[in-house]
Design a protein around this ligand. Structure first.
Ligand SMILES: [Zn+2]
Length: 298
């Protein structure tokens, strides 16, 4: 069998097997955290089930680098293809949904950030006419925070990570939690840059009213894969407005945590991937050989 073909089949099979048990992980809650830290923690929880599959991929790449082409080990191609087929379908579904999210028309939201590579803000004239100057500035600051963090791209990637954990509902739950916390984090960032909480609350309520009006733009969908809206989840509107009307919580310590936390996570992941690739290059041959022999044995 060709090395690249076998590598693809093993990536789907072993990667899929690595994701599925971790997709069952329950969501951990840490009440009382600053939204910026809670958002980053929820983001990591979203990706944690994918990490074992990434390490398996690094391990297999290490194996492929020292493997001859074609691979001379005995293998039952029919058995291998049948075993990886369910995971191939999950990956195909995730890829199609990701492609659809890029190719479809932008959602008609009263205000949102859109664009994967060059995020920008779309502001409906219907909404602008319904808001005063302070409210427009508050809504704009909220969306600017989405743009600064490239949230449309992050939402698109998060949706893809969730789709790779299909069909488990816990993955969707982790995505919903992250999206909810994301709105709170962007509200706080907008307020820390001078936007009034009262103005932002008024803008959010007006957006919700306009979006549900039969004369207004199309009602926003909670999950809009490439758009980061002002409104977010309308179901949590009451809680969000209450937060915006309360004093802005102190989040001075969050910035240092985020800066150092991101670097530490990236360094740890890179080190783990390097170790996995080296291990694949050193021990991959006989482990893959055993696996291929096993396809004949059953
Ligand atoms: Zn938002």
């Amino acid at each position: 069998m060709g090395r690249e073909t076998l590598l693809t089949v093993l990536l789907l099979l072993l990667g899929g097997l690595a994701v599925q048990p971790f997709a069952l992980m329950p969501r951990r809650q840490c009440p009382g955290e600053a939204p910026q830290i809670a958002e980053r923690r929820a983001w990591l929880q979203l990706w944690l089930p994918i990490v074992p599959a990434l390490l398996v991929a690094a391990w297999l790449c290490g194996w492929a680098l020292q493997e001859s082409d074609p691979v001379h080990d005995r293998a039952d191609p029919g058995m291998l293809v049948a075993a990886c087929l369910p995971f191939a379908l999950i990956a195909l579904r995730a890829a199609l949904r990701a492609a659809w999210a890029i190719l479809r028309q932008p959602a008609e939201l009263p205000i949102c950030s859109t664009g994967l590579w060059r995020p920008h803000i779309l502001f409906s004239p219907f909404l602008a006419r319904a808001l005063d100057e302070g409210q427009i500035r508050a809504a704009w600051e909220h969306e600017q925070a989405h743009v600064r963090h490239r949230d449309p791209l992050r939402i698109w990637l998060a949706q893809m990570a969730t789709d790779l954990q299909w069909p488990w509902p816990w993955a969707r739950e982790r995505l919903d939690t992250w999206l909810e916390i994301l709105e709170c984090a962007r509200d706080d960032e907008a307020r820390s840059r001078g936007a009034s909480g009262i103005d932002l609350a008024a803008a959010v309520v007006t957006t919700a009213r306009l979006a549900s009006s039969p004369l207004g733009p199309q009602a926003p969908r909670w999950l809009s894969p490439v758009d980061a809206p002002l409104l977010g989840d309308a179901r949590s509107l009451q809680t969000r407005v209450a937060r915006l009307l309360a004093p802005l919580p102190d989040s001075d310590g969050a910035h240092g945590w985020l800066r150092h936390g991101d670097t530490a996570v990236a360094a740890l992941l890179a080190a783990m991937a390097g170790i996995a690739a080296a291990s694949g290059a050193a021990y991959g041959e006989w482990i893959v050989h055993l696996l291929l022999e096993w396809t004949w044995a059953i």
